[in-house]
Design a protein around this ligand. Structure first.
Ligand code: MN
Length: 251
């Protein structure tokens, strides 16, 4: 039988293949999970046997990256859309459907938040500056990160985890949620009204943030709390499920 004291296994999706046929992932994500006490397991695109992986995971992170193909949300093509990767889209959309069904604790970050929303039938804004203007930057030119304030919904799970109602975070996106998918609740916005976070009240632990907590979590305890809370939820789910799940035996 699995020991409930074993650290929870946290899956992380990787980026799609780069020009050298490698599956990269910024180490910030892995390090944030390790600081939280989780064991990171990378899941590259193209995997078709997702059920055996999900059966072993205690939690999941859908990571950042390039844009979804707008055909997934009946969106329009736009000249700014970049790094579209059918292999990554297929794997992550399939993971998103399944994590909702299973009630698997999951933190969705940037592209991950968009993947979750699209998987649930929501839509995206193809290029934010076209719709909210550029008084507030969500990324700098040539696709570089910036920072801006984020206003959290009082009483939300997110505000409870972060312990405050306003934060400043790293922003690195040019798209955002347009219409939230069914079951998702908007729990944070930028000062320009852009949706910056979603949560699913009917799910045990499902949070989606448009910003990049992993980029500052090493030095900002407020951002690290997202990873700590995910690992705590994964640990709790693991203990709950352990007695009838022989696949988690480690001996
Ligand atoms: Mn932003």
């Amino acid at each position: 039988m699995a020991s409930p004291t074993t650290a929870p296994l946290i899956g992380l999706t990787t980026y799609g293949r780069d020009s050298e046929n490698q599956f990269p992932l910024p180490a910030d994500y892995v390090e944030a999970v390790r600081r939280a006490g989780g064991i990171p397991l990378l899941i590259p695109p193209g995997e078709t046997q997702l059920e055996p992986i999900l059966a072993r995971l205690d939690g999941l992170i859908l990571t950042g990256g390039g844009d979804l193909d707008p055909s997934h949300y009946a969106g329009a093509d736009h000249e700014s859309i970049y790094m579209v990767d059918p292999e990554r889209d297929a794997t992550e959309l399939a993971l998103a459907w399944r994590l909702v069904e299973r009630g698997l604790p999951c933190l969705c970050i940037c592209r991950g938040a968009q993947v979750l929303n699209v998987a649930l039938g929501g839509t995206l804004i193809e290029h934010l500056p076209d719709e909210v203007g550029d008084a507030l930057s969500h990324r700098l030119p040539e696709r570089r990160p910036t920072r801006h304030p984020i206003l959290l919904e009082p009483g939300s799970r997110l505000a409870a985890i972060l312990g405050r109602e306003q934060i400043e975070a790293v922003s690195w996106h040019h798209q955002a949620v347009r219409r939230p998918g069914p079951g998702l609740r908007v729990v944070a916005r930028a000062p320009d009204g852009t949706i910056e976070a979603l949560e699913m009240p009917s799910h045990p632990w499902l949070l989606a943030v448009q910003w990049h907590p992993e980029m500052t979590a090493a030095t900002d305890p407020v951002q690290q709390r997202l990873f700590d809370a995910l690992v705590e939820a994964a640990q709790a789910a693991r203990v709950r499920h352990a007695p009838d799940n022989g696949q988690r035996t480690t001996a």
